[in-house]
Design a protein around this ligand. Structure first.
Ligand code: ADP
Length: 716
């Protein structure tokens, strides 16, 4: 490592004094030796020699004293010069701060180093490719600041180098021909150093430019370094101050230009310390009026206890928000949404407040809520599912009472697919969201049908995008239960196909026999046999149509019943009478106590149900037997039973025989005609009577059908 010179000159240590001492010793020794020898040679008189020796001694002393004087004088002058320079340096680097400091710095450097030009500059521009000077001193006077591109100048090497000083003792302009400034000024020598911040980043540059070659580099470099360190520190300080000022200006601008009223108030005296233009305009007070008031003065009296309570609970630096009432200068009370922050303002504990006037918004929201509550009352009275869901995150926003009664009342904050569907964890594939909005505008409603997985019921859904209270587009669905309508349609289809199928058999028989009789002249007896068959088939057709129409009427619930207290015994008798003479193989027994209470029923319908059961009992006892029609009072109900000794019903079929068109299909029964409608008709009739129907059976032994009917109220 290079040994650095002292601040102003080289350190010669003890060498020079030693040299002087040696020279002095040699010269003095020679003088003593040679002068004595010369005296002895030239003068023979000892007295004269003695006198001259004394004079020689004095002469030596005087000369030595003069030499010593000159030596000390020179040394002291050099010390004085060093002192002066040190003083100048100290003055140069400690004078002032800011602009004045840099002006003083360049002046002192120029004077101390006898430099033609000295400049200090900041790096600026995108990518720090330019220098903007802060102070320039040239040819004895301060100069205008300039801005120049770094490219092609010796300063570029200073910035890009490893922080080292850049030194061109001569021919600087020739080395940088592109640097027009340098060439124009006729610069011959150049010394530059980067100015770095504490993190080592280059912030600026300091340079000396001379119109002659550099003479004493060491001394200049030493001084330059001292100034550079101080300049860098000052430049960094200046940057910090500039940043602070810029930040303050930005915050002031934010405060002043904020469209919402803002102010700062003293937390102790509650006096306003600062207010922005928006506050002045909005509240109607001038700045002076604000500064003469406290925060209490813009609050309605009744709101002040709450204010004082909130101030007592203020925690430092904590951002708070809330709704307050404020009073304007004209006396109007407004609703305000406040955001506040405690801070230190001019050394006082204060609060910065941003006040957003929400009077209009709250009014609109209240109006909307009132409107919505009216609509929701209407929706709640509907027998249809009505719900509203967010189209972005699928959260339920509203559900009417009917929907809540089906899907549960804890729907709040849940997803629509999770509440309305079964086991869904993501939006439904059939969701209509995409079909409801186009270019941010609602499209016409989307109407569709769906069988709900949770309730198993069919709904006709009308989906529409509507604007919600917050202005956002949401999906509203109104779903009407169409299960019965659907069932009816299905039933109709089933009936049409089943009935047309069942009609074909008797019709074919009737047509066949008619055709045969028309084509052939038959004896009377044969004719009667054929006509008997035709009549039976026609009656079967009649039964079929009758049953079908009855069932359809019952299913459609458009059949009017004439309920009244009636004696079941009379109905049973009438029914038994119908079948009494139809079969010789069967014996019909009626077992009905005379004191049975009356039932509440429609005699025509009950007659219809019981005749169906007796008809089946006869039909499914092809080998004949006893058919018992009985009635008993059991558990507060009158239970009618029709028992036979026929083919019976397999256990696994017992549940299904009451379904429409269901017929037990086995070889025994193939020949027995039927539509599968009789028992479903019986079930419908019994259900409309709030009764119950069931069967007990043992295959090969017989079956018993039971109908339990409620006793008429008057009888109880
Ligand atoms: P169907 O027109 O076929 O008689 P139903 O609805 O009256 O239609 O009866 C349904 C089925 O129940 C019948 O097909 C028959 O197999 C069975 N069934 C009804 N009543 C009896 C009975 N008393 N004994 C045996 N099976 C019966």
């Amino acid at each position: 490592m290079k040994k650095h010179s002292s601040v102003l000159s080289k350190n010669y240590g003890a060498l020079i004094p030693l040299k002087i001492a040696l020279v002095y010793a040699v010269v003095a020794g020679l003088w003593v030796l040679l002068s004595d020898e010369a005296l002895n040679l030239l003068i023979k008189d000892p007295a004269t020699i003695t006198r001259l020796s004394i004079i020689k001694g004095w002469l030596f002393t005087v000369v030595t004293a003069i030499l010593l004087y000159l030596l000390v004088y020179r040394y002291m002058s050099a010390l004085q010069r060093k002192d002066d320079k040190l003083f100048e340096i100290v003055q140069g680097v400690s004078a002032a701060t800011g602009e004045a400091f840099f002006q003083s710095l360049v002046r002192k450097l120029s004077e101390l180093l006898n430099a033609d030009y000295v400049l200090v500059g900041n790096l600026t521009g995108e990518g720090m490719t330019k220098v903007k000077t802060i102070a320039v001193f040239g040819k004895g006077s301060p100069r205008e600041n300039i801005e120049y591109d770094l490219a092609g100048t010796p300063c570029a090497d200073v910035v890009s180098g490893e922080g080292k000083m850049c030194f061109h003792p001569s021919g600087a302009a020739a080395q940088f021909p592109q640097d027009h400034l340098l060439v124009g000024m006729g610069v011959e020598s150049y010394m530059g150093t980067p100015l770095r911040d504490v993190d080592g980043h280059v912030m600026g540059i300091m340079a000396i430019l001379n119109c002659r070659p550099f003479e004493s580099r060491d001394e200049a470099e030493a001084m330059f370094r001292i100034f550079a360190v101080r300049a860098a520190a000052e430049l960094e300080r200046k940057h910090r101050v500039d940043d602070l000022k810029a930040a303050e200006a930005r915050y002031r601008l934010l405060f002043e230009s904020n469209p919402h009223p803002m102010w700062v108030y003293d937390l102790e005296s509650l006096a306003f310390l600062a207010v922005n233009d928006a506050a002045v305009i909005h509240y109607g007070y001038s700045r002076e009026e604000f500064f003469a008031m406290t925060i209490k003065d813009i609050r309605p009296v009744e709101d002040i206890p709450r204010l004082l309570d909130s101030i007592s609970r203020v925690s430092p630096g904590f951002g708070q928000s809330g709704y307050w009432l404020h009073r304007k200068k004209d006396g109007m009370v407004i609703d305000v949404e406040i955001t506040s922050h405690t801070l230190s303002f001019d050394g006082k504990a204060a609060k910065l407040v941003l006040a957003n006037d929400v009077t209009e918004r709250l009014r609109a929201e209240t109006a909307l809520l009132t409107q919505f509550s009216q609509i929701s009352t209407i929706f709640d009275s509907l027998n249809a599912i009505v719900y509203v869901a967010d189209m972005e995150d699928y959260r339920l926003l509203y559900m009417n009472k009917y929907a809540a009664s089906i899907f549960g009342s804890d729907w709040q904050d849940k997803f629509c697919y999770e509440v309305l569907q079964e086991g869904r964890t993501k939006p439904c594939d059939f969701c209509t969201n995409d079909r409801l909005v186009q270019d941010g505008e609602p499209l016409p409603p989307c109407i569709w049908e769906l069988q709900n997985a949770r309730s198993g019921r069919w709904y006709q859904c009308t989906d529409k995008a509507i604007r919600w209270v917050n202005g956002q587009l949401v999906r509203m669905e109104i779903a009407v239960d169409i299960t019965e309508h659907k069932d009816m349609e299905r039933l109709k289809d089933e009936m049409v196909s089943a009935v047309s199928h069942e009609m074909r058999t008797p019709l074919t028989a009737i047509l066949g026999f008619t055709e045969f009789m028309l084509e052939h002249k038959l004896p009377r007896q044969e004719q009667e046999t054929y006509l008997g068959t035709m009549q039976r088939e026609a009656m079967r057709l009649n039964d079929l149509i009758g049953n079908f129409l009855d069932l359809q009427r019952l299913s459609a619930r458009n059949h009017s019943f004439a309920f009244m207290p009636l004696e079941i015994g009379a109905v049973l008798k009438e029914a038994v009478d119908l079948f009494q003479s139809t079969s010789q193989k069967h014996r019909l027994i009626t077992d009905c106590p005379a004191d049975l209470p009356k039932v509440r029923g429609d005699s025509r319908q009950l007659y219809h149900a019981i005749t169906n059961l007796i008809s089946n009992a006869i039909k499914y006892s092809p080998n004949g037997g006893t058919v018992t029609i009985a009635a008993r009072l059991k558990g507060g109900m009158v239970v009618v039973s029709v028992s036979d000794e026929g083919i019976g019903i397999p256990a696994e079929e017992l549940e299904r025989i009451f379904e429409k068109f269901y017929r037990v299909d086995n070889t025994d029964r193939r020949t027995i005609g039927g539509t599968g409608l009789g028992l479903s008709l019986v079930r419908e009739i019994v259900h409309t009577h709030q009764g119950k129907v069931w069967v007990e059976s043992e295959p090969g032994k017989g079956s018993s059908f039971f109908i339990a009917l409620p006793v008429a109220e008057k009888e109880l």
